[in-house]
Design a protein around this ligand. Structure first.
Ligand SMILES: [Zn+2]
Length: 137
C-alpha cells in the first residue's frame, strides 16, 4: 500500500472512531478457487446501543474505498456539532476541487473532507476562513 493510502486509511479509521464506533475491522473476501473475480474489502464498525451492539458495513474493491463507503453511511445526513449544518462525507475531496455544492436540496451542508497537510479528515467549518469552501458565483 502506498504511503498516502496508508495515511488515508489511518485518517479514515480515526474518523470512524470520532463517529462513536467502539471498534472497526477491515476484512477481505477472496474469490473461490477457480474464480478470477476481485477481492472485496469490507469495513465493519460496531456501535454500543442500549439494546446491544449494532454494526454498519461498507464494501468496495479497495480498503480505503470500503471505509469511505462506511463513512458515507455514517456521516451523510447527520448534524455537525460545531456549526449545526447537515453533515456529508467527501472521500474524494470533490469539495476542494469545487465540484460540490454547500447547499444540498436547500439544506446548508458541512462537508467532511481530507486535509492533505494535516493527514486527517476535517469539517469544512474547522478550516481557517481563508481555506473554507466558497461556492462558485
Ligand atoms: Zn460544521
Amino acid at each position: 500500500m502506498k504511503p498516502e493510502q496508508e495515511a488515508r486509511l489511518k485518517a479514515a479509521s480515526d474518523l470512524v472512531a470520532r463517529t462513536g464506533a467502539r471498534s472497526l475491522a477491515i476484512r477481505y473476501s477472496e474469490p473461490d478457487e477457480g474464480d478470477d473475480g476481485p477481492i472485496v474489502w469490507i469495513a465493519i464498525a460496531e456501535f454500543s446501543r442500549p439494546k446491544g451492539a449494532v454494526s454498519q458495513v461498507g464494501a468496495a474493491l479497495s480498503p480505503v474505498e470500503a471505509i469511505h463507503r462506511l463513512l458515507d453511511s455514517l456521516i451523510d445526513g447527520g448534524l455537525c456539532k460545531r456549526c449545526g449544518r447537515a453533515t456529508a462525507f467527501d472521500g474524494e475531496n470533490m469539495l476542494r476541487k469545487g465540484r460540490l455544492p454547500d447547499v444540498i436540496e436547500g439544506i446548508p451542508t458541512c462537508w467532511i473532507t481530507y486535509d492533505d497537510d494535516a493527514e486527517k479528515y476535517v469539517r469544512d467549518c474547522e478550516r481557517p476562513a481563508s481555506d473554507r469552501y466558497v461556492p462558485p458565483v
